[in-house]
Design a protein around this ligand. Structure first.
Ligand SMILES: [Zn+2]
Length: 348
């Protein structure tokens, strides 16, 4: 529980402690979500901020990866016209998209929550050493993720709860780690919360073959089954109350059992929306689905529903894969949405 000592702490809009030197970082963006001015960006790079406080809950961002993921904007978001990316390049670049190559940037990050004395991880990235023949970007990763987690004050045995928003390969990887020939739970004292619908959907013994079954090859065997067989998995249905300020809700579409974590603590509201949004361009254009949606129509409706909730409750949205500041407060704009204010996390 010493994250405050190892990374700077701030509340969502104003800084506390010694973080005054990067005051602008919490207020970047403006109405169109444009990133930092050169001087603010330079100031930021000298002082990384990874922990914010929302009500009584501390939220720390621990990155596993940030950068290109081998997909052009058309491959990642098949319905999005190239011209639109070009029109918005002054703020999409360099954090979210690279003009010229047309490559989309993405982050893999775990949100570490401290709430009521417990340590809660939201999503566990791609993991190390995993064989992913149809998702080569995440194959045989060898990152220092556990070291970064440790620098955030979290030892594996300290983790009380792991939330898998869904069971795609880039959300369950660090559920397990390799030990000799075996996959063992990385967080041996944790309860792993998985939506029952999601668990049943990906169970190879089940009746459905998911659209993304190839990309998710081996995930069940190396990242889900080992924690289930160790008796660490709790399957939940409907909603699940984590504590007085944190609740899990189903948010189907991306996958049938995708879920979000809603935070309501003090005057602060936030929602960890997993893969409901992959680029800030989807705020002004929530009709653009990623290529990974199991149910396109439902994904679109759920994205809009959750963005409406966030805008109407002045809630911070924390997607799983947003690079840059990683999270933002959004507001309604026309019939859609826009960035109101980026979160204070340093830009990845
Ligand atoms: Zn994902």
């Amino acid at each position: 529980m010493n994250s405050i000592n190892t990374s700077r702490s701030l509340n969502r809009r104003g800084f506390v402690g010694a973080a005054a030197g990067i005051g602008a970082a919490g207020l970047l963006g403006g109405a169109l979500g444009r990133p930092a001015t050169a001087s603010a960006a330079a100031s930021e790079s000298r002082t990384r901020v990874e922990t914010i406080k929302l009500g009584k809950v501390t939220v720390t961002r621990v990155l596993e990866y940030s950068g290109p993921v081998g997909m052009t904007s058309r491959q990642f978001f098949p319905g999005s016209p190239k011209e639109l990316w070009e029109e918005n390049k002054d703020w999409l670049s360099p954090d979210f998209w690279k003009p010229g190559t047309d490559m989309v940037n993405s982050a893999l990050q775990t949100w570490v929550l401290r709430s009521g004395g417990r340590t809660i991880l939201i999503d566990t990235g791609a993991g190390n050493d995993k064989f992913r023949p149809y998702a080569k970007q995440w194959q045989y990763m060898d990152t220092g993720f556990l070291g970064r987690l440790s620098r955030a004050g979290v030892r594996p045995e300290d983790v009380d709860v792991v939330v898998n928003t869904h069971l795609h390969n880039d959300h369950v990887g660090w559920n397990t780690r390799r030990e000799g020939r075996d996959w063992v739970p990385t967080f041996p004292n944790a309860t792993y919360l998985i939506p029952k619908i999601e668990f049943d959907f990906w169970n190879p013994a089940g009746p459905v073959r998911p659209k993304y079954w190839q990309g998710n090859q081996n995930v069940w065997e190396d990242s889900v089954l080992p924690v289930h067989e160790a008796g660490l998995v709790k399957l939940w249905e409907g909603s699940y109350i984590l504590d007085s300020g944190l609740k899990l809700d189903l948010a189907a579409g991306h996958t049938p059992g995708s879920s979000v974590i809603r935070l309501e603590s003090g005057n602060d509201r936030a929602v960890f929306i997993g893969d409901l949004l992959h680029t800030p361009l989807q705020l002004e254009h929530p009709e653009f689905n990623s290529c990974f949606e199991e149910d396109e129509k439902q994904a679109l409706a759920t994205r809009r529903r959750e963005l409406e909730w966030a805008a109407d409750h002045k809630a911070l949205i924390l997607p799983a894969h947003l690079p840059g500041h990683g999270a933002a407060e959004v507001e309604r704009s026309g019939g859609n949405f826009r960035i109101k204010e980026w979160a204070g996390f340093s830009r990845s």
